[in-house]
Design a protein around this ligand. Structure first.
Ligand code: URA
Length: 202
């Protein structure tokens, strides 16, 4: 089965299992994700906002525009990467996702990642970070890659601040852009390491 049909099955399961039915009832769209299904890097945000809910696509509002700018600044674009959120329905009035909502969607995010198989996962904000690196504080570890085991595979987590938090805060914007600038080199190092491991096991 293709990656797309596997992802379609994840979407269908979210609907069939009535995940977060209260959120689903007031949402226009279930926002699964968007981008390259063979991406080396996946970005994981919090939850869709108003624009995302209307269009059914992640990060298409103001925070998304800033994310696009940062991608371009490091020579990437949306077609090179995959973008999703931990929670797939818009919380009312853009409130923070509740712990139970994140918990309910986490297994589906894991399935998405198992299908896409990225080498690097960049978390955008604390809501997705806490699931990949439990107990980590974003203020202490932002921009520092950490290797973890996920779905029985080694993957590198890059904790980043959420683009929305940097929109109107100059200092945060600079911090996020500096952290973002490290991303291409992190992907390069992961690929080099994989190449060495491949030679050693041949
Ligand atoms: N903020 C998020 O966390 N995700 C989106 O898709 C849009 C804004």
């Amino acid at each position: 089965m293709s990656k797309q049909s596997n992802l379609d099955r994840v979407r269908a399961d979210i609907v069939a299992q009535n995940i977060c039915s209260e959120l689903a009832e007031q949402a226009t769209n279930l926002v699964m994700g968007d981008g390259n299904l063979d991406a080396e890097i996946v970005f994981v945000g919090e939850a869709p906002g108003k624009n995302e809910d209307e269009q059914g696509l992640p990060f298409v509002g103001a925070a998304g525009k800033f994310l696009n700018e940062m991608l371009e600044s490091v020579g990437l674009n949306r077609e090179d990467v995959y973008i999703t959120n931990i929670v797939k329905y818009r919380p009312p009035n853009n409130r923070d996702p509740e712990p139970e909502e994140k918990e309910a969607f986490w297994p589906f995010l894991l399935r998405q990642l198992e299908i896409i198989q990225p080498k690097v996962i960049a978390t955008l904000g604390r809501h997705s970070l806490e699931y990949f690196l439990p107990g980590a504080r974003i203020s202490e570890i932002h921009g520092q890659p950490k290797r973890i085991n996920l779905n029985d595979q080694t993957v590198v987590i890059v904790p980043l601040y959420h683009p929305a938090s940097a929109l109107y805060n100059g200092a945060m914007r600079e911090t996020l852009m500096n952290d973002f600038a490290k991303v291409p080199n992190i992907i390069k190092r992961v690929n080099e390491r994989d190449a060495v491991l491949k030679i050693m096991t041949e």
